[in-house]
Each structure stands twice: as structure tokens, then as C-alpha cells.
Design a protein around this ligand. Sequence first.
Ligand SMILES: C[S@@+](CC[C@H](N)C(=O)[O-])C[C@H]1O[C@@H](n2cnc3c(N)ncnc32)[C@H](O)[C@@H]1O
Length: 376
Amino acid sequence: MKQSAKNVMLLHSQAKVALYQKYLAKYLNILSRVDFIRKICIYDFMCGEGKYTNGEKGSAIVTFETIKNHYYSNNNSCPPISVWMNDNGMSDIDVGKSKIERVEELQHSIYKPATVQVKFTKYEFIEMYEQVCFELNTMPANTRALIFIDPYGYKDVRPSHLANLLGNQKTEIIFFVPISFMYRFAEKSTSDPTFSGGASLKKFLEELGIFDNDKFESVDVFIHQLKNKFRILFNQLTYVDTFTIKRDAQNTYALFFFTHNETGFRKMLETKWEIDRNQGKGHRLDANPALFSDMEISGYKIELKEYIKSGKRTNHDVFKFGLNRGYLPKHTNQTLHDLETEGLKIIVTSQNGDRVRKSAYYLDDRKISVVIEIKD
Ligand SMILES: C[S@@+](CC[C@H](N)C(=O)[O-])C[C@H]1O[C@@H](n2cnc3c(N)ncnc32)[C@H](O)[C@@H]1O
């Protein structure tokens, strides 16, 4: 069999599945400890082959194995989980078999706790989307959902689909796209009406509010703009984050993560920082630091200083400001310490004006409310 990206799982796909797997493990751990939550639903809209010829496991198998591991590391217990695996394609590995049949067979050899229900379908994306929207809209308050959407391109999935899937506020989405490909054709597809190959990209961008006068100076700027446009489309309510996987100088993939939940968002940030210990932004496959543009090299110290200077900020405001820029409390804490070391006067007072312990910012303390100010 000739090896190709369809039957061998390439490094960038391994990186994507690794992020998904790490996040899913955290997601199950947290939700299984919340008394109020009675059920978790996991949807993989385009789950692939299950296992590839180089032995690597795709999102479907990783989902089943993560649930099994959760069960064994939690005293043989697991909350009720429903898993829906879908893929409309024929296998490139087992000729004559559909991908989903292959996934179903592979699943049989993985232990499945009794509380877990699994469903396998070979629907077109749009057919599953309609059914899932219905399920999500009628979902009880004590249920949570995680959706993984991993298409080859961007022709089937549109921003409005994502907005509708997020509508119940109890759903999180991980969405993977070949971003450099989109970036390369973005301007042409929105400005050249004769470019027939760009119709679905044009639709995608226009739903996000990106039109022919929008310009993008690099793939990183493009990702940044999409992120902001998604925020607007989702009425500013949703936390939006991205993770980039740079295969080489020409090929970047982006994973978009959408949630309404602050804890979920924080857990995704932790996952990203575990993978990219330097910047918490992405994964480089060729280890060439020059691939990260200036925009990614953080101006966080300056931004944080400006933010605190420009209004009355509590520890909770500063905590949220950091999260929204992709930084965990420990990073914001360190940045504040660095600013103080550089000679900046940071004053922390309780709500009644008393000074609190020097260099304590209480960013991660939900019970205490203090005011953080910068004095010139
Ligand atoms: C990038 S692969 C998914 C890989 C998978 N997540 C994994 O980790 O192994 C994209 C998958 O989408 C499926 N697909 C493409 N168009 C689809 C559609 N319109 N509806 C459902 N599945 C589709 C393909 O058969 C393919 O398996």
C-alpha cells in the first residue's frame, strides 16, 4: 500500500490528537467530580480510521482509551457518558470497509465501562449536525457536551454551524482547520468573483464578517483575526482560544477551542502550556524558532501594565485578563513580580483600602477580592 496522509498518521495529526486527548482526560476528571453533572456527551463528527498503518491512534480510539483510563484511575468508576462517532468515508486501509465499521471493530477490543453508551454512524456532516443540534437543544441542565470536528478542509463546516452547536452554553468545541491553506486563498476568495474554487471559503469568511477589504499580513495575523471574529459571532460570551501546529514554513494548522466555561478554558490553557512550555501557543514540528512571528513573541508585560493602569482592577479582573490572553495565573503572577523587580510600584489593597502583603496578588483566590494598582 502506498503511504499517504490518508493511511499514515503524520506528525501534525499526532500533535492535534495529543492535545485533544490531554484535554479530554482533564475534562472527564473535572466533570466527574461535579455532583451536579449527571451525563457527558462526546461527539466526534469526522472520526477517521481509528488506527493508522504506522500504528498511530486517531481521535476515535483515543476517546475510548481515555474513557477506559479514566475509569481505571478513578476506582473503577465513570460517569454516564454517551459517545457518538461519525465518519462518512470509506477506509483507505481496509479496502471495501467504511471507516466507521473499522472504528467499531477496533472499539470492541477496548474495555468500555457499563455507564458508557456508544453510537456509530456514517452520516454526512450536515445530517449529523442537524441531529446533534436537536439533542443539544433538548439537553437537560445537568448534562455537558464536548464536540470534536476534524475535517480535511473547510467546505462542510461553517461558523454558523459552530454558533448553533454552542447555543445551549453547555457545549465546548474543538475545531481543527488547515489554516495556512485558508490564509493563502482568503483574499482571492473574497475579492475575485471569478475564483470559483473559493466559494466555500468565501462563505465561511463572510459568515464571520470578513469581506473583500480585509487584509491579512501573515498567517498568525489571520488566526488572530478569525479568533476575534468568532468572539463577535458568538456574542462575546464564549472563550475562544487557538493552538497552532506548524508543520513547516508553509504549512500551519490551527485548532480553535470554544467554550462558555471558564474552568474549561483554563484547562485548555494548561494543556497548551504542557505542550508548548515556552509560549503556550503551539507546536512546532521542525523546531525552528524563526517560524514564530513577532506577533507571537509576547508583549504581555506591556499589555498587563497598561490594563492595570487604565482602571480600577481587582485580582479577579487581572486573572481574567490573563486567561483571555492565553496566560495562566502563574504566568501573570510572574509578570507582575518581574514588573516590580524592574522598579514598577504595584500596590495591592483590600476593598477597604488596607495594604496587603507585599507581592501577593491573589490571582487564583476566588474568595478574596483585592484592588491592584500601579503608582507612577
Ligand atoms: C482529518 S480526517 C479525521 C481524522 C480523525 N479525527 C483522526 O484523528 O483519525 C477527516 C475525516 O472526515 C471525513 N469526512 C470528510 N467529509 C465528511 C463529511 N462531509 N461528513 C462526514 N465525514 C466526512 C473523512 O472520511 C475523514 O475520515
